[in-house]
Design a protein. Sequence first.
Length: 195
Amino acid sequence: MLRNSGERERQAFFEQLAMRIFPGATGVTGAIAHENDPEQPLKLSLHCTAPQLINRQSGTAELNQLAPALGLATLYARTPARKFPLYIESLLFESTVFHLHLPDGVDIRTLPADFTDRTEFGEYALRFVRLSRQIDIHRDFRIPVQVVAPEKYPAFLNFALRIDEAERQRIALETVKGAAGAQMKTDLQPVASKR
């Protein structure tokens, strides 16, 4: 998608991504590396200022999940039961690392719990790694092409809802030295992805 877009479309993409992660983000810029080299992992770098990131009264902030949600339940499991088989017509897979670089004066308060689930319907893993001034979020999933029989649909729905819940977890940050605004940098490195 990005390979065929012009500068204006790329800028709009980076601005939308920044606003989704950091509401009120300004000064958004982005860069893409390895977009024409399939042997290298695609790398997206997003830079922005998030002046309202930290609540001045509490000194804390919560970030939504950085990764765009897989949305398995929204795509395939909108009803509590089915009379007919569910057909998942395309392979969904991804192996991505998100690097969130923290500015001076901001530290990690709490990280979400890691999540791994492996069922007959697919595999999903989400892992959070705390580093110095950085949080790495590793996400891997593989949902194969398949036909889900009506009697197995409740188990598939449960699998999809567990993934949704894991993706709704939030990262909590806090000020260390009274930082009022925060310069945030986010790198996204999808190793392989199809959605």
